[in-house]
Design a binder for this molecule. Structure first.
Ligand SMILES: Cc1cc2nc3c(=O)[nH]c(=O)nc-3n(C[C@H](O)[C@H](O)[C@H](O)COP(=O)(O)O)c2cc1C
Length: 420
């Protein structure tokens, strides 16, 4: 995952503009009009529920909120979540039980959209039916993935060079399902082949209910700035909702995107793993701006980060326990291949903890030491222990720091630098 942006553009607070309170996508109301972008390897059910349910601040204006309370979309600030992309070919070939694992979601994830990729209209239509039958609220087609292995099979952004094939796919999926159908695409293959406006019109003609543009070409990868003017051009061209995506890092960025493009909703990807409060911050910013004319929002404190890491890791471990209980209910004895799968699942869980730890601890003084400890941990409980003791010790360190703050502040600065 690319963590940094090339020369991020700083956006001042736009006057009189807000992220819309809602957007209607076919029969589904998305409120507020914010979407968690699909991210392979990131937006699994645990992360999606984490964004929905665990992103309340324990300090600041949210301090009275109960961590265990059910949280509405309005409170979390995230109106729609999406699965990572799933291969239509794979899905249509899989056995029922394996399909269920790929399409796992929980009741509190609604509204939820499942994203598919592929190039064969019939297979994609079959998979869209599977998604609809699994109870998803929307189905989305991926026309943006730049990965070579996907493009090589004409999937993802590979299709951007073949609009007639896209039309066949659009029509096949549209005929197959009655749930809202959306598409997420890049601007085109490269600067000589920009097709986003044509594609948005095609989507509308074929009965799709919304489109989302990541405002870069396939050749751009993640370099340079997302070119929001192309989101504006799509918005001008169609009357179905247009969701803007690319380079939103702050609530100010989200409002600026709406200001510049008039898009109907904003979609956020890379910011979410390092700042899961982003949706909540956008909601706070919007509400305070409406009330007072000035947008303000809370910033995570140490204990917010601590709770965030602990909750997320706890949810990962719980999910494994749920999967294992389901397996045990299906088969009385664990086969050798079942045992291999089980061990792999535990390794994946620890791998995910390590990956997330590095995103989550950015900006935490001494976070480098914690990251090192987590990377050296052999299993889930060891990772959790490292986190517990880091934050417990940190509370003591902070108390001591407070006590000596009056004595020598520069010494403290050097100590913090030494720890990190
Ligand atoms: C690790 C990672 C995985 C991604 N996986 C998907 C995916 O499965 N489907 C998709 O449409 N886009 C995927 N994307 C692209 C994002 O959805 C989004 O379009 C892109 O990151 C730009 O938005 P951002 O600037 O808010 O991150 C992925 C991006 C990243 C960083």
């Amino acid at each position: 995952m690319k963590k940094h942006w090339d020369n991020p553009q700083e956006h001042a607070m736009p006057q009189g503009v807000r992220v819309p309170a809602s957007v209607q996508i076919g029969t589904v109301t998305v409120a507020p009009a914010t979407v968690l972008a699909p991210m392979a390897g990131v937006t699994d059910t645990v992360f999606r529920r984490f964004i929905r349910n665990a992103s309340v601040f324990t300090t600041g204006s949210d301090s009275a909120a109960s961590v265990d309370a059910t949280i509405t979309n309005q409170q979390s600030g995230c109106g729609l979540i999406m699965t990572e992309f799933t291969s239509a070919d794979g899905l249509s070939r899989m056995r029922e039980t394996k399909r269920k694992r790929y399409l796992t979601y929980y009741d509190d994830e609604h509204p939820i959209s499942a994203q598919l990729f592929g190039s064969n209209p019939d297979t994609l239509a079959d998979s869209a039916r599977i998604v609809q039958d699994a109870g998803f609220d929307l189905v989305d087609l991926n026309l943006g993935c730049p990965a070579k292995r996907v493009v090589a099979c004409n999937g993802g952004s590979g299709l951007l060079k073949d609009l007639p094939q896209i039309e066949r796919i659009f029509r096949a999926i549209r005929a197959a399902v009655s749930i809202p159908f959306t598409v997420k695409f890049r601007m085109g293959w490269n600067d000589k082949h920009i097709v986003c406006v044509e594609l948005a019109r095609l989507a509308e003609d074929c009965g799709l209910n919304a489109c989302a543009l990541h405002a870069r070409t396939r050749e751009d990868g993640y370099t340079g700035q997302a070119r929001w003017e192309y989101i504006a051009a799509c918005k001008d061209a169609v009357s179905i909702p247009v969701i803007g995506n690319g380079d939103i890092r702050t609530p100010e960025d989200a409002a600026a995107m709406v200001d510049i493009t008039h898009c109907d909703a904003v979609m956020i990807g890379r910011t979410a793993p390092s700042n899961p409060w982003i949706f909540r911050q956008i909601a706070q910013y919007t509400a305070s701006k409406e009330a007072t004319g000035t947008g303000t929002y809370d910033h995570p404190a140490d204990q917010d980060r601590y709770r965030m890491i602990r909750d997320y890791f706890g949810m990962l471990v719980d999910e494994i326990a749920i999967e294992e209980a389901a397996e045990a209910a299906r088969a009385a004895t664990i086969t050798a291949s079942g045992q291999v799968a089980r061990e792999q699942r535990h390794r994946d869980c620890v791998g995910k903890m390590k990956q997330f730890a590095s995103w989550f601890t950015h900006g935490v003084p001494g976070g480098g030491a914690l990251r090192k400890q987590i990377f050296e941990s052999k299993n889930g409980p060891a990772v959790l222990d490292a986190i517990e003791s880091f934050f417990a010790n940190r509370a003591t360190v902070l108390e001591k720091e407070d006590a000596v703050a009056e004595v020598d502040e520069t010494m403290l600065a050097s100590a913090a630098a030494y720890c990190d």
